[in-house]
Design a protein around this ligand. Structure first.
Ligand code: NAD
Ligand code: DAU
Length: 353
């Protein structure tokens, strides 16, 4: 049995679905169901006894302790977080509470549980913390890609809060010998991503006839990874990662935002053309840049490939096409998550564009 947190979010739900196709080991899924958590992501495993969902926070020491004591998991994987950079700029408080204080309380509950295990269970236990490449800050166009040895230089409240949580995880290894692993991954895309993030937002706005907002000059670079590849990498690190180590995970796929949006437009032109026959690129609108916007992320993933034999299986072209098709096939899911609070966020953040 494993316990995962944040398993109703984008990556966490993909992880649960993948886990249950490759493993017969049950999953306890602890998720606070914030605006980003959605049980519809897990609808295909409704009734599957191997999935035990618990609504609650990683910051609730008593609840986490109860779950650990009851289910005796051999691993905890921490996906739970506030994850959207723009929201962290509008209001950092939730990011501090969940990503820093929440991770701290989770670590405390796990440490207390782990201390009471017998020697063999102690040795086999793992705490895997899912983190981001944003902790390393920003790169110039000719800088080498981020290595695990790069210094932490976070630039947004989101990345600063993730960096803090990574430091806590590291400290629990060095101070208490808690068997931890940390992964730092680049931008994910794929099914079930909340349409506040670039790729699903562009697909949703394009199909709704709305502007496609590009921050600044659109030349910021991200290293895109198909979410299923991220899930496979996490399973690999959980199985064979060296204790106390961090592993960078990336897509070998650096693209400028404008290129990503233009590629999405051309896939949509083909799969779901506009009724007026015009290309979706006509909806592209340049808007005010994100404050403190990191220019470029790129991951050097040689360590995980060399030590654990992982590398991405999906190409960007194929992954993006699959993703567009998924959103086209799952419009009811999109309609459900883009009502209510989502409308409020869009109005607040993008104003009248
Ligand atoms: P997401 O925002 O889609 O999902 C986060 C999930 O965590 C939601 O289900 C939410 O309800 C839950 N949650 C929030 N606060 C909680 C709390 N206090 N207790 C329990 N659950 C809580 O995020 P995501 O994109 O799936 O990211 C998952 C993790 O991966 C995060 O830690 C993020 O920092 C990291 N990450 C994301 C990306 C990416 O591109 N999306 C890349 C690298 C790393
Ligand atoms: O690098 C990993 C990180 O990737 C994760 O840690 C974060 O949780 C995840 O949200 C993501 O962060 P980004 O800020 O890179 O993702 P986002 O989808 O918000 O933006 C991607 C790029 O697109 C970024 O350069 C900003 C730009 N953008 C985004 C939006 C929402 C736009 O130009 N217009 C937009 O409307």
């Amino acid at each position: 049995m494993i316990l995962i947190t944040g398993g109703a979010g984008f990556i966490g739900s993909n992880f649960v679905l993948d886990w249950l196709t490759v493993s017969d080991k049950p999953v306890i899924n602890l998720d606070a169901l914030t605006y980003a958590g959605n049980l519809e992501n897990l609808a295909t495993i409704n009734g599957d006894k191997r999935h035990i969902f618990v609504k609650g926070s990683i910051g609730d020491f008593d609840l986490v302790t109860k779950l650990l004591t009851k289910y005796q998991p051999r691993a905890v994987i921490n996906f739970a977080a506030e994850s959207h950079v723009d929201r962290s700029i509008h209001g950092p408080e939730d990011f501090i509470q969940t990503n820093i204080v929440g991770t701290f309380r989770l670590l405390e509950a796990v440490r207390t549980y782990w201390n009471k295990l017998d020697d063999s269970a102690k040795r086999n236990f793992r705490f895997l913390h899912v983190s981001t490449d944003e902790v390393y800050g920003t790169l110039k166009n000719d800088d080498p890609a981020f290595k695990e040895s790069n210094p932490y230089m976070p630039n947004s409240p989101y990345s600063a809060s993730k960096a803090s949580s990574d430091h806590l995880v590291r400290a629990y290894y060095h101070t208490y010998a808690l068997p931890v692993l940390t992964t730092n991954c680049s931008n994910n895309y794929g099914p079930y991503q909340f349409p506040e993030k670039l790729i699903p937002l562009i697909i949703h706005n394009a199909l709704s006839g709305k502007p496609l907002p590009i921050y600044g000059d659109g030349q910021q670079i991200r290293d895109w990874l198909y979410v299923k590849d991220h899930c496979a990498a996490i399973r690999q690190v959980l199985q064979d990662g060296r204790l106390g180590e961090t592993y960078n995970i990336g897509g070998l796929n650096e693209k400028a935002n404008l290129d990503v949006v233009e590629t999405l437009c051309s896939i949509l032109d083909e799969l779901s053309p506009r009724t007026d026959g015009k290309p979706y690129t006509e909806q592209i609108t340049f808007v005010k840049d994100r404050p403190g916007h990191d220019r470029r992320y790129a991951i050097d993933a040689t360590k995980i490939e060399r030590e654990l034999g992982w590398k991405p299986a999906e190409t960007f072209e194929r992954g993006l096409r699959k993703t567009v098709q998924w959103y086209l096939d799952n419009q009811p899911w999109v309609q459900n998550v883009t009502s209510g609070a989502y409308q409020h966020w869009v109005g607040n953040h993008y104003g009248t564009i």
